[in-house]
Design a protein around this ligand. Sequence first.
Ligand SMILES: Cc1ncc(COP(=O)(O)O)c(C=O)c1O
Length: 391
Amino acid sequence: MEREFDTRSIHWMEPKREVHGSLTPPLYLSSTFVFPTAEAGEARFAGLEDGMIYSRLGNPTVAVLEQAVADLEQGEAGLAFGSGMGAISAVLIAMVESGDHILCSEGLYGCTYGLLAMLKQKFKVDFSLIDMSDPAKVAAAMRPETKVVYVETPINPTLKLVDLKAVSEIAHAHGAQLVVDNTFLSPALQQPLLLGADVVVHSATKYLGGHGDLIAGVAVGRKAFLDEVRMSTLKDIGAVMAPMEAWLILRGLKTLPVRMERHCANAMKVAEYLAGHEKVTRVDYPGLADFPQKELAERQMRGPGGVISFEVATLEAGRKVLNSVRLAQLAVSLGEATTLIQHPASMTHSVVPPEVRREEMGISDGLIRISVGLEAAQDIIADLEQALAEI
Ligand SMILES: Cc1ncc(COP(=O)(O)O)c(C=O)c1O
């Protein structure tokens, strides 16, 4: 019988338990692996025999993590990277060549935008950002040379959603692949592969790790494609995950479902509080009753997540809030136990040109993003209350 997600988050390594019966996975801090014979070394390089070669090509601790995340995302295989951007760049570069086009959701993590801008400028891979809230617009924007549709949902930081099932059907009808950045929800709340995505990418730095103590990335998808990425853009560009990071993420996975439940419950309370505050002009959170894409949120996601964006009247007012919080920490990143607050226009999205940021991505200068942590909700709210009173 297929076990539940909460059980699989904890029991990922049973088939691999090694000689001493250690409950937690062994940490293989080894850069290279000794071949039993010259013939075995040759066979491993030729791909004719399983077995480790060198930790840039694979490591036993990292392999446990790759398998665990693949299982949680319900994909065939996983591939680990040294950062979320390592995963995104390796996957995209493996998928496209000069002259191709990548169609993207209008909001993107700032460095993903930076990567696409570089691919366009240096390697003639074009991209466009479009509002994907209406699938008809996606169909209209597909070009014969569109090889990849790249989506964040919820979009960072505006939290608009994209209908993954509808967009995957459009992408596939045009012979393109759908890549989804699932960082904001984690597989505990959304499983894009089950909705038709070809590859899921993660900044494992966030909810998968969950404790703000590492930088890492993971991709999940078909084994044949990820084998190709492993032996090309992972191996040759080299953004590999270190074994210690894999070990820490495996520890984080054990509490992923419980943490996500609490992140969602806390964020719901904070969003409702902010929505009723006179100095807050807008709140974006998929859990709110008046969220414009409520039906899609309920159909596609198992919970609204832990990230909220809200707007105060001016950049100056936003700065005041950021400088006045005492419990929430003024830091970028998200998805960890501590509540983090940041200002996308001057921080995570500062690499995006202001007109693209404001007009195409909908990120106003007064927008504040809060990653609601695992503290008591009333303490997070009390902190925001005193900070908003400073405006
Ligand atoms: C949605 C999203 N994708 C990708 C990344 C990049 O991940 P990393 O910082 O692990 O490279 C981030 C980082 O904030 C992110 O928020």
